[in-house]
Design a protein around this ligand. Structure first.
Ligand SMILES: [Zn+2]
Length: 229
């Protein structure tokens, strides 16, 4: 019985606690870098999607702002031209997995295979990603191992306006106006998961924010293509 309890504890520690502690360490390191940079990093997850990503790219171009897109493999396969457009317009692309599987709710090794497959699809289109944001920003043992083996940089955030949960774009734009400042890495979504509010909220909220903000475009930056450490 004691051996069973010990076994369960070791598995629990290795798959959840250890990756969580590593994540906290990496997050602290990242946020220090973000803060020292004095820049603002817009990041967009779960795309690319035809209905939203193109419009977001249009706004970013109009305002001469670069951002970072953590794309899903399934969406890249569906929208390869849009994925190329992200790169062509000077933005950075990072890995967000293939199917957006929650690392804590699947068999541990699927955390690795989801990242592997997402990255494989990017490579198929000639994209070499160096940044990774696992779905929900969470790690398990196998996704941690994948990141370490491939020397990827884990990217979290320090501003989450929960755009997928907003039902009015004005609420989102107000939130962005009130909270965006230098030293922030902002989590937004150009793709939508089932059961969340429309991507139109993000598009309109972002458009309104960009039109009214007094922040200089020079303060916005994508994650550097050559890495941050
Ligand atoms: Zn996501």
């Amino acid at each position: 019985m004691i051996l069973l309890i010990l076994f369960v504890f070791i598995i629990f520690f290795l798959n959840y606690i250890l990756p969580h502690l590593v994540k906290k360490f990496w997050r602290r390191q990242l946020l220090k870098w973000v803060s020292d940079s004095g820049k603002i990093f817009l990041t967009f997850d779960d795309g690319p999607e035809i209905s939203t990503t193109g419009q977001i790219l249009d706004f970013l171009k109009t305002h001469n702002i670069r951002a970072t897109f953590f794309v899903l493999g399934v969406n890249v396969e569906q929208n390869p031209a849009l994925t190329q457009r992200i790169l062509m317009e000077g933005h950075t692309i990072g890995i967000h997995g293939e199917n957006h599987l929650h690392p804590w709710k699947i068999l541990p090794w699927k955390g690795m295979s989801d990242l592997y497959n997402g990255n494989k699809i990017l490579k198929k289109y000639g994209i070499r990603a160096i940044y990774v944001r696992p779905p929900y920003g969470k790690l398990n043992l196998f996704s941690l191992i994948y990141i370490l083996i491939n020397r990827l940089t884990f990217i979290h955030w320090n501003l989450d306006p929960k755009d997928y949960n907003q039902n009015e774009s004005t609420k989102l734009s107000t939130l962005l106006k009130d909270q965006i400042q230098s030293g922030k890495i902002i989590l937004l979504h150009d793709g939508r998961r089932p059961g969340t509010f429309s991507g139109d909220i993000t598009v309109k909220g972002l458009e309104s924010f960009l039109q009214s903000t007094r922040i200089s475009p020079h303060l916005f930056s994508q994650l550097p293509i050559n890495g941050i450490y």
